[in-house]
Design a protein around this ligand. Sequence first.
Ligand code: GTP
Ligand code: MG
Length: 387
Amino acid sequence: MAGSNFVDYVKIYCRSGKGGRGSTHFHREKFITKGGPDGGDGGRGGHVILRANRNYWTLLHLKFQRHVFAGHGESGGSSRSFGKDGKDEVIEVPCGTVVFDAETGEFLCDVTDDGQEVILLKGGRGGLGNWHFRSSTNQTPRYAQPGEPALERPVIMELKLLADVGLVGFPNAGKSTLLSTLSAAKPKIADYPFTTLEPNLGIVSYRDSRSFVMADIPGIIEGASEGKGLGLRFLRHIERNALLLFMVPADSDDIRKEYEILLNEVSQFNPELLDKRRVLAITKSDMLDDELIEEIKRDLPDIPCVFISSVINMGLTELKDILWEELNSEENKITTITHRNLDIQKPTEAEEGDDEDWDDDYIIDEDDIIDEEDYEEYDWDEEKPSN
Ligand SMILES: Nc1nc2c(ncn2[C@@H]2O[C@H](COP(=O)(O)OP(=O)(O)OP(=O)(O)O)[C@@H](O)[C@H]2O)c(=O)[nH]1
Ligand SMILES: [Mg+2]
C-alpha cells in the first residue's frame, strides 16, 4: 500500500556468489626444476540466507532494497592455498515471512522462529586446484575446476503475521475497539466501515502474567473473495493464527447468517482455515437486554459463543477465558500450515514497460576474465578425483 509503513509484500532479486576457480599452478623454486602442481582450491561463493528476527514487525526495511547479491568465492592460489569464501548475505525478516519464486509463484521456504535461518540460495562450490588432478600418468595437469556458478532468482516475500487469535468480522463490528480494550495497541476506531486499513497486533495479558497475541485485520464483506471491499488480501495474516474469533455486532439482523457469510468468505480464501478452532463474539451487547440475549441465544451456531461489550467491559473476562482455553486445548495445536503457491500474473507488455528492469543491473563478472594463459577447465560433470 502506497506510503504505508505496514509492508507485507516485497519483491527482491537475489543472487548467491559463485565458487572461486581452482588454480592451475606449478611449484617453482630455485634448484627445484619440476616442483609439480600446487594449485589450490577456489573458495565457496556466499549464500543468500534468510533469518527470522523478532525485532522486525514488517518488511518495510526491505521495501527499497531491490537486490541482494552475495560475494563470489576467490580463486585458489599457489602453494595449495585456498581462495577466500565469498561473503554470505543475510536478509533479516520478521518471524512469519514466507518466500515464493517471483516467476513461478512456487513456495520456497518460510521462517517462523526467532533466529531461524534458511539458505535461500546456495553459493557455488569452489573449484578444485590442479593439485587434486595429479596422478602417476599425468604429473603436470594443466587444468583445474571452475567454481560452480551462482544461483539467481527474483523472490517474493510475504509476511503472514504470527498471532494466536485472529479477529474476523464485517467492517464496523468493533474489532479494533476490542483490541484496544484488551491490549495496549491503539488502532484507529471510528463509526464508519473500513476504518482499519492494515493489520494491527496487540498483546493481551491474561491471568498470572500469561499473554497471547491478537491480530485485528481490516473488515471483510460478502463478496470479498471476488475482490469486493479490501478483498481477501489481509486474510493471509490470519492463516497462521491458532484460533479465529468471529465478531458479529448485536444489532445485526441475523447473527447466524452473518457468521455464515464470514465463514464462507474465509473458506473461499483458504479451506484449511476451517480446520481452526472458532469462537463467536456478539459485540456491542450493551445494546441488548436480558430478554433479547435469551432470544438470540436460541439461534446461535454450534461453537463457543460469548456476548461482549468493549465499552462497558461486559463479558471480556469470559471471552479471555474461552480464548485461553481454546488456545491451549490439545486439538488446537496446529503448528504447520501449507503455503499454497502464489498465482503469478504475467504483466502485459504495457505494464512491463513501467516495471523496473531487473536486467539493468546484470552483471559485470570480473571473475570471468581468465588471466592464466594455459588455464583449462575441468568440468564438474566429469568424474572427480578421489583425493
Ligand atoms: N455501543 C457499542 N459500540 C461499540 C462497541 N465496540 C465498538 N463500538 C463502536 O463501533 C464502531 C466501530 O468500531 P471499530 O472498532 O472501529 O470497528 P472495526 O470492526 O474495527 O471496523 P473496521 O476497522 O472498519 O473494520 C465505533 O464507533 C465504536 O465506538 C461496543 O461494545 N458497544
Ligand atoms: Mg477496525
